[in-house]
Design a protein. Sequence first.
Length: 344
Amino acid sequence: MSVINRVLKDLDRNRALSGTPSGVRAVASQRPGSVWVWILLAALLLAAAAAFLLKRYPAPPAAPAPQAQPVAVVPAPVVAPAPPAETEPPEGAIMPMPPMPPQLPPAVEAPQKPPAAKPPAQKPQAKMAAAPAAAEPSLPPAGRPKIVKEPSLASAQDIAHAAFNDAKRLIEQGRMREAMDKLNLALTQQPGHLLARQTLIALLIEQGEVLRAELLIREGAALHPGEIWFAKASGQLLVRQGNYTGAAAVLKDGLSHGGADGEYWSFLAGVYNKLGRMEEAAQAYRQAVRMKPDNGTWWVGLAVALERLGRKGDAHTAYQQAYRSRLTPELKDFVSQKIAELGG
């Protein structure tokens, strides 16, 4: 607009210089140059108005054509045609603004969306965070020392148990001396091993090692005061020495511990029989057969004791009971003869 104002001022200045009085209207000159001046002014006004409108209201970009894939398509640049040489405006004239280049389609910026606009992208992060949490228990806890298990030495109890098992295997093989060595080892490691002590005492009695057996019996009775087995072992040792009176006393005292079985009562009855104490023998045999009624040998012992006491009817009944039980062939023949004698 400054150019137009300058042109108007120049025109007013020219009018003043020409001496035309104010209020006098000049007659338009018929010169050809004055017509072109007005045409030029009109063109300049139109160009200025077009430039103002283009600047304030730019032309909207062309809509991008739909594409199958998000591939950026750059349109060819639009080249404005060159104006003809004869219509070149004079120096100082305002040229219309060239058309703005079309904007790139939005498809070009589609792959560069900000991460905040992609909520699904956070799901893999949650899974990745959960994975270490699941594997966390396998890691050793912080601040807790790692426990390393080291093989511990065998205890005395383990050694004694293994030695006793070896002794049983050796006894089955008939290797008694080696078995006794293993039993001694077991008692050295664990003196309170009851089965090892009982087995060793029995072997010592069979081997005739009386002194060693007596020592182990006394130690066992002190370690196991309520165990009746040591009274029976002591009685057997005395019987082997021929001391039936001492054996009877020891066995009778052993009854105070309780727990006497049929074997114990039958052994005591046999000692009483050797001593001729038939009444006590009969009572002991009755206790034995009461605990184990199918033992024919004990029925025979009871029948013999009753027969010596002169109680033939009770003896006959005991022989019959023995005959119905398991007996060796020799005892069965003996019982048959007694049944025939007492039944007649």
